[in-house]
Write a protein that binds this ligand. Structure first.
Ligand SMILES: C[S@@+](CC[C@H](N)C(=O)[O-])C[C@H]1O[C@@H](n2cnc3c(N)ncnc32)[C@H](O)[C@@H]1O
Length: 284
């Protein structure tokens, strides 16, 4: 029998996996959003990766709800005057192509160079609805990211930073340092991000941690403080939204999870309770 290679080869391939959820959602008659580019971006390799994760189908609601919540926060922030969106670890996200954004909006996607080259090739024939720049950069390169943030900070008056599905791969120290760098340019006003509780981190580590770790994409960040983690690093939480409750509203939950979704939810520390939040922060 031919030996199978590791199904997920590196951290960037997690982006193929997420794109599969957007593609599957788009195919539904009752889709909560439509991403007509996701199927092409995910490709057959994305489907192969998605199928290899044991909880893949059962957890689809979490990705769908996360996308819906980020879409909402971005729309609201743009309406409130954000003139630049900086999407860190943008992966195969196609929001500058699929969302109804003002043509004058500037959008910058940052990700590892190979990922952005791959994406640019696939989307070569498509036109974004707003101005779009792609910056191939390893975000762990501290001096390069600081220089980028300073440049971008000078080019706009109100910046929304987005990081969707990135922080879980970083250590708390790395997240803190990134947060402080993002709080440095005066125009970086808001940051939309997702976090997991320690309980959820443990659960995902148990389900797929080994496979992800083997690909160099170890899951590390699930702060005990919850959104309060970011306060000493220059960011105060102004809005915390629940993917679970959003998925309940979208009628995407199993019976058991529907019951869990009825319980009251706090936006503070969650301890061992499996919890995720899509949070909006304001520069302190
Ligand atoms: C789970 S994907 C999320 C992609 C996208 N935000 C989404 O939600 O579809 C994680 C992304 O982080 C990117 N990434 C991981 N480490 C990075 C680093 N050090 N610098 C830049 N991008 C990184 C990967 O290339 C990948 O695209």
């Amino acid at each position: 029998m031919a030996e199978r290679g590791p199904l997920i080869r590196n951290i960037s391939e997690t982006a193929l996996w997420v794109a599969v959820y957007r593609a599957r959602e788009t195919d539904r008659p009752d889709a909560a959003f439509r991403d007509p580019f996701a199927r092409r971006l995910a490709g057959p390799r994305g489907e192969e990766i998605a199928r290899s994760f044991p909880f893949s189908d059962k957890a689809a609601w979490a990705w769908v709800a996360r996308t819906v919540l980020f879409d909402q926060l971005i729309e609201e922030q743009v309406r409130a005057g954000a003139d630049l969106v900086v999407n860190l670890a943008a992966g195969l996200d196609a929001r500058p192509y699929r969302m109804a954004l003002p043509p004058a909006l500037k959008w910058v996607e940052v990700d590892l160079p190979d990922m952005l080259t791959h994406k640019a090739e696939i989307l070569a024939g498509e036109k974004p609805v707003c101005s779009l720049e792609r910056v191939g950069l390893d975000l762990s390169d501290v001096s390069a990211r600081r220089a980028l943030f300073e440049r971008l900070g000078r080019s706009a008056s109100r910046v929304l930073v987005v990081s969707e599905g990135l922080l879980i791969f970083l250590t708390p120290e790395e997240v803190g340092a990134l947060a402080r760098d993002l709080a440095s340019p005066g125009t970086f006003r808001n940051w939309a991000l997702d976090i997991a509780s320690p309980g959820l981190l443990k659960m995902i580590q148990k389900d797929s941690g080994a496979q992800l770790s083997a690909a160099g994409a170890e899951l590390k960040f699930g702060p005990a403080e919850g959104p309060g983690f970011f306060v000493p690093h220059g960011w105060k939480p102004v809005d915390v939204r629940s993917p679970l409750k959003t998925a309940a509203r979208l009628k995407r939950l199993s019976f058991g999870l529907r019951l869990v979704a009825m319980l009251p939810e706090s936006s503070g520390p969650q301890g061992s309770r499996p919890w995720s939040g899509v949070c909006l922060f304001e520069r302190a």
